[in-house]
Design a binder for this molecule. Structure first.
Ligand SMILES: Cc1cc2nc3c(=O)[nH]c(=O)nc-3n(C[C@H](O)[C@H](O)[C@H](O)COP(=O)(O)O)c2cc1C
Length: 199
């Protein structure tokens, strides 16, 4: 039985195309493995806090020295790290916001990218410690970024691939639904993306 972690970063609920696309990916995963268990982490409901001094102090000090304040500050991060470590497959819904990812998703990445826990430094350079996972990213955009002039403005897919690779998740499939703000494309954008899913 595979364990699927579904990360939601659109606040639009049932209207959200990234949620619909991620759900379509999850449905196909469940067709392959009917016993698959899905754990949903909706980052728009109780977002991870931006990293402040308390979080950094807790991240970079020995656990044995942690005060009650440090323990509270690091609680969100430890929960998020456990969720990703426990998963076999991670499905992330990622709408493009201002050419990049929503702040709630960036904040989640800031909490899961932890030296000594999800990556470590070696003589050969940094090494990711979150290994043996598969990730699918459901990327939704108003414009078109897979080809044409706007390719260079897509900071969603390069960033997500880079940060996941940095922590050890190198098997990453991007599924794009694009053109929700383009008259000729918006009606078919989601179905086209769902048809393009290859597990
Ligand atoms: C705050 C905000 C910023 C956006 N910025 C961009 C953008 O830079 N480029 C783009 O193509 N679409 C942009 N869009 C459109 C969304 O990427 C698009 O509507 C997407 O489908 C939203 O995903 P959702 O349906 O899961 O919420 C933006 C939408 C919002 C709400």
């Amino acid at each position: 039985m595979s364990r699927i972690l579904n990360i939601i970063s659109s606040p639009r609920g049932e209207a959200s195309n990234s949620i619909k696309l991620a759900n379509a990916i999850i449905d196909e995963l469940k067709e392959k493995d009917s016993a698959a268990a899905v754990h949903v982490r909706d980052l728009t409901k109780g977002p991870f806090p931006y990293l402040e001094e308390v979080h950094l102090n807790a991240f970079f000090s020995p656990v044995d020295n942690h005060t009650d304040g440090d323990k509270e500050a690091i609680r969100h991060s430890n929960e998020a790290v456990k969720e990703i470590m426990d998963a076999d497959v991670i499905v992330i819904g990622a709408p493009m916001y201002n050419f990049s990812i929503p702040a709630v998703l960036k904040s989640w990445f800031d909490h899961i990218t932890r030296a000594g826990i999800t990556f470590k430094y070696t003589a050969e350079g940094p090494q990711g410690l979150v290994t043996g996972k598969k990730a699918y990213i459901a990327v939704t955009t108003g414009g078109v970024y897979s080809s044409g002039d706007a390719v260079a403005y897509d900071f969603v897919t390069p960033y997500i691939k880079t940060i996941l690779g940095f922590i050890g998740i190198t098997d990453v499939t991007i599924v794009r639904a694009e053109g929700f703000a383009v008259a000729d494309l918006q009606a078919t954008a989601l179905d086209k993306a769902i048809d393009s899913i290859v597990l």
